[in-house]
Design a protein around this ligand. Sequence first.
Ligand code: HEM
Length: 441
Amino acid sequence: MDYALTIHRLQFAFTITFHYIFPQLTMGLALLLVVLKTIALRTGNERYDQAARFWAKIFGINFALGVVTGIPMEFQFGTNWARCSKAAGGVIGQTLAMEGMFSFFLESTFLGLFLFGEKRLGPVWHWVSSIAVFAGAWLSGYFIIATDAWMQYPVGHTVDANGSIQLSSIGALLTNPWILWQYSHNMIASVATASFVMSAVGAFYLLTGRSMKFGEIFVRLGVISGIAAAFLLAMPTGDQQARMVATHQPVAFAAMEGLFHTEQGASLVLIGQPDVEKMRLDNPIAVPRLLSFLTYQRWAAEVKGLDEFPRENWPDNIPLLYFSYHIMVGLGTIQLAIMGIATVLLFLKRLVKTKAMLWTLMLAFPIPYIATTAGWITAEVGRQPWLIYGLLRTADGTSAQVGSGSTMFTLMGFMGLYLLLGLLFVFMIWRELEHGPEEAT
Ligand code: HEM
């Protein structure tokens, strides 16, 4: 592969992976803040208001870092991906602009009110502002997913004689069938992240013997939303998305599943290492015929393997795609197990007293972050070699004038800067955890 292209891709991958650490928490947390505020309003219990104030601060810090790290990516479309922007700017510019104009302003305006206006707004309007923050955050997610969904499955466009892609239907762009499952899967993943973080913080307070009452609230809410999210990630959203990929991107599906040869009654591979040169999986552990059943609901159904497709249309990094997909699904199973056991203990009223479970919850918070990152790697590496599936190859989307040296230079700049931002983030979050919810009045 062209070296400059590799560096352009690496830079975008690095900046977007770092950026997405923050919105995945804020989107999920926005929902949990509405829950806390609703309980506070209905019961009049001040403790839930205090809990909401504490999480609003964590939200605010993540939101600020999300904004700061999100802005460079909009510029990268122009600086690193100029030929893509020239060809498809008329389409993806629509949803990206809507994200900025409608949802980002909605979210940030009401976040300001939510953080600083509680006394003036009173309980009901403060609750309403939490709903507006939630609506803004989830609408932002919708427009971003609509953009990615169009790159995965382009609809509502025409292609000019000069190759430029024009939008023919904004309605089709916003109701792209790819959005439904991608959006639900992704938003539920963000709820999983927020639930694991909330229960980890709760477990931390319970284990250290501080802010015990808040610790209980956080663990309880985190576990209840966590089990729901962990379940919904697998069924129906993950399952439906896999079927969608099998239908519309069968070559990506074959690579994700490590299926080199077309099979009838294809096995579902749990573990194994793809050897692309020899077109086989080493040391596989597989469940016979399960892949056929899960994909087509027939045990003997045919699933197309990589050998069915021309090599120039194969995703260019099959091991990365295969492993990221398997890591996501594997961690999804672990999430389900952790939250499943925690839910049983919760119903037996033994959760807050079971130290081993609290330790597990406290240490488990990175799991959804890793699964989410692996999920996005699966989606984006699976789309290769296309930038816009079937319309524009990634190799044809870069800025021809910007060389590998310049991109490497700015990549190193981003790495240095984001390291500092990361340290600042950890410091600010730690300070809030140290303060604890009690002092947040
Ligand atoms: C438990 C079983 C799971 C299944 C069957 C599953 C399935 C899938 C599939 C098929 C894709 C689309 C890949 C593509 O477009 O090429 C995907 C993407 C993704 N997954 Fe999962 N997944 C699971 C668990 C998880 C978990 C636990 C998380 C995070 C907590 C997660 C987060 C994501 C994200 C963020 C994406 C990228 C956005 C998207 O396309 O929705 N997934 N998943």
